[in-house]
Ligand binder design. Sequence first.
Ligand SMILES: Cc1cc2nc3c(=O)[nH]c(=O)nc-3n(C[C@H](O)[C@H](O)[C@H](O)COP(=O)(O)O)c2cc1C
Length: 245
Amino acid sequence: MNATIDLLKSHRSIRKYTDQPVGDEALETIISAGQAAATSSFVQATTVIRVTDPEHRKQLRHMAGDQPYIEKAPEFLVFCADLARASLCCEMHGIEAQADYTEQFIIATVDTGLFAQNCAVAAESMGLGICYIGGIRNNIADVAELLGLPEHVYPVFGFCIGHPDQDPDLRPRLPMSVVLKEGSYSDDGDRETIADYDKVVEAYYAKRRGGSKAMTWTRQVAGLLSEKCRPHMLPFLHSKGFLKR
Ligand SMILES: Cc1cc2nc3c(=O)[nH]c(=O)nc-3n(C[C@H](O)[C@H](O)[C@H](O)COP(=O)(O)O)c2cc1C
């Protein structure tokens, strides 16, 4: 189609990197690409923390469920949704900030996702590999403390960057009829289509793990949705001044 679409469609998360550094210049290019993303009402509600201290990396690795690439990746970033800066704007104008609305939380979180995905695409366009790390929310309060995050700032996810030292297969996505609907929402036919997709994912896992992982997409997602999912998140976000109304 074109080079950008080819790049987007060749995305794979990379979890193994060579020792080659990413370098300051490349990192700044990646971050400036992130900053160029659309941002709700021009609020620019994202702050990125580049974690360079090896001891902090080690601690973050453990806080995020012992994911080794957090420690080993040439670069590890933490993307934070940040309404503290918007609150500072209020302060600069003698206005009371109301950063505790759910809508403000959504705005800051969406902004951060868009910023990060621009970074991902930029990095991949430079031949680098990335992996998002939602695992930092396993122990989010400890992560926030380690990074010195103030009120109205929370770490949404981490992000490893480096030169790929692996070449994984593409993870097959859902058939388009399941994700693209015309006119109104419908799940007509989805059950059958998803059952077929299960076979595709099963074959992907069988190949990827040398046949050791027998898993379908529906089973994986059902497992995810049938468990308590980081129940500490709401009290943590409340403690940071988010989602009060
Ligand atoms: C917000 C977010 C958080 C993620 N967290 C992790 C993580 O903690 N550890 C990990 O290995 N992969 C993580 N991933 C990567 C996903 O597992 C991966 O994107 C998904 O399985 C699809 O595979 P692909 O990126 O190779 O296409 C995360 C992805 C996203 C978008």
